[in-house]
Design a protein around this ligand. Structure first.
Ligand SMILES: Nc1ncnc2c1ncn2[C@@H]1O[C@H](COP(=O)(O)OP(=O)(O)O)[C@@H](O)[C@H]1O
Ligand SMILES: [Mg+2]
Length: 362
């Protein structure tokens, strides 16, 4: 027994010495390039994606040229975060020793996530004693593993770690220490990259990227002109009205696909008829928008309902009568971090969200 413990200790001391050496950026020289190992089993497959050339180029620059440690893709559901990340992986996969794609919809808590990642990054070798491997893995932090190999870890649906019904950014109890882990990954030297896909901008990331060159956020925008190809593929009619439809649905590819089905079902594919109907019918988009709405706290709901009644962009000096100054500022900042409010000449709602909220209060 004593012999076994001292064997474990001596292996641990040797390993930690190696790890300490790797902490300095100057000494990051992979001696023998390891066999690449990629697990994309949880990454969805897509057919016929339109290339988001500019956003892909930006992401490649951040990852390959600037060694970004944490990149966050934000945007409402359906805008194309997962699809963009999937395309990105194809462009950068040969530059990483390890690639792991996991969804937060399938992971119960932070401990499970960490052990899962570590197990993937450093699985036991057939020749190794499992008790020694477990001992070493528990002592070596995730950060050590990110230093030992160049890893790309994609965590999808990160908003699932945040508490609904509160202002944005508070972790659920089972993800309490996530902020600390993110800070560690963002602040320490390594050549790996964590890619977070989320509806809501985590607070640590907002703070990290103001002071840290290695942490970046890319708001994923609508498809722009490429959105017409979605309507064309769905064989909708009245091409001259397509730009109006695209604007209403913010060129969101999922939303446009859903509404295209409604237009085909009820209006024989006529965009003109759909748009001239007295109220804007959201069809199967309602349950999707409801998921976003249900995550809001009371002050955000009050503010969103008030914003939906405003015809012009709202200045920061204006506020709804039912909220105090402090609650108004907190709520508007939180809605912005959830991509539910946009800031141009003032604060506005996307037309489809405005309509959803109007339906709720009418
Ligand atoms: N670049 C694209 N070209 C064409 N369709 C797209 C593109 N990006 C997304 N889509 C469509 O929109 C749907 C939603 O995209 P997804 O990436 O899953 O959104 P998100 O992850 O932001 O919720 C996809 O299933 C796909 O049909
Ligand atoms: Mg997604």
């Amino acid at each position: 027994m004593m012999g076994c413990i001292s064997a474990i200790k001596s292996i641990f001391v040797a390993t930690s010495t190696i790890n300490q050496k790797k902490r300095s950026p100057a000494t990051f020289t992979p001696r023998n390039k390891p066999e690449p190992r990629h697990d994309l089993s949880q990454a969805p497959e897509y057919n016929r994606l339109h290339n988001r050339t500019e956003q892909l180029a930006t992401l490649k620059q951040w990852i390959l040229e600037e060694n970004s440690r944490i990149i966050t893709l934000t945007g409402l559901s359906g805008i194309g975060k997962t699809a963009l990340a999937r395309q990105l992986v194809e462009h950068v996969e040969d530059k990483f020793d390890r690639i792991l794609w996991r969804s937060h919809r399938k992971l119960p808590n932070l401990n499970a996530l960490q052990s899962h990642i570590i197990e993937f990054l450093a699985p036991p070798q057939p020749s190794q004693n499992p008790s020694i491997v477990n001992y070493l893995n528990s002592r070596n932090s995730l950060l050590d593993h990110l230093r030992n190999h160049r890893c790309l870890i994609i965590l999808d649906d990160f908003q699932e770690t945040l508490t609904p019904g509160e202002l944005v950014g508070n972790y659920r109890p089972e993800y309490q220490n996530y902020g600390q882990l993110i800070n560690e990954i963002g602040q320490h030297t390594h050549h790996s990259c964590l890619l977070l896909l989320t509806w809501e901008h985590p607070l640590e990331i907002a703070t990290l990227e103001t002071e840290n060159f290695y942490c970046k956020t890319l708001p994923v925008l609508g498809l722009g002109k490429l959105a017409t190809e979605i309507l064309s593929a769905r064989k909708l009619k009245d091409q001259k009205k397509w730009s109006e439809l695209i604007e209403i649905y913010s060129a969101n590819p999922l939303w446009l696909n859903i509404i295209a089905s409604t237009i085909l079902d009820l209006f024989n594919g006529s965009v003109q008829e759909y748009l001239s109907y007295p109220t804007l019918y959201l069809g199967d988009l309602e349950p999707i928008l409801k998921q976003h709405y249900q995550r809001l706290c009371e002050s955000e709901k009050i503010l969103l309902q008030w914003l939906a009644t405003q015809d012009q962009p709202v200045k920061i000096s204006q506020k709804p009568p039912l909220l105090s100054d402090a609650d108004f500022l907190k709520a508007i900042q939180s809605l912005k971090r959830r991509s539910l409010v946009e800031k141009t000449s003032g604060f506005t709602l996307q037309p489809a969200i405005k309509q959803y909220v109007k339906n709720l209060i009418s």
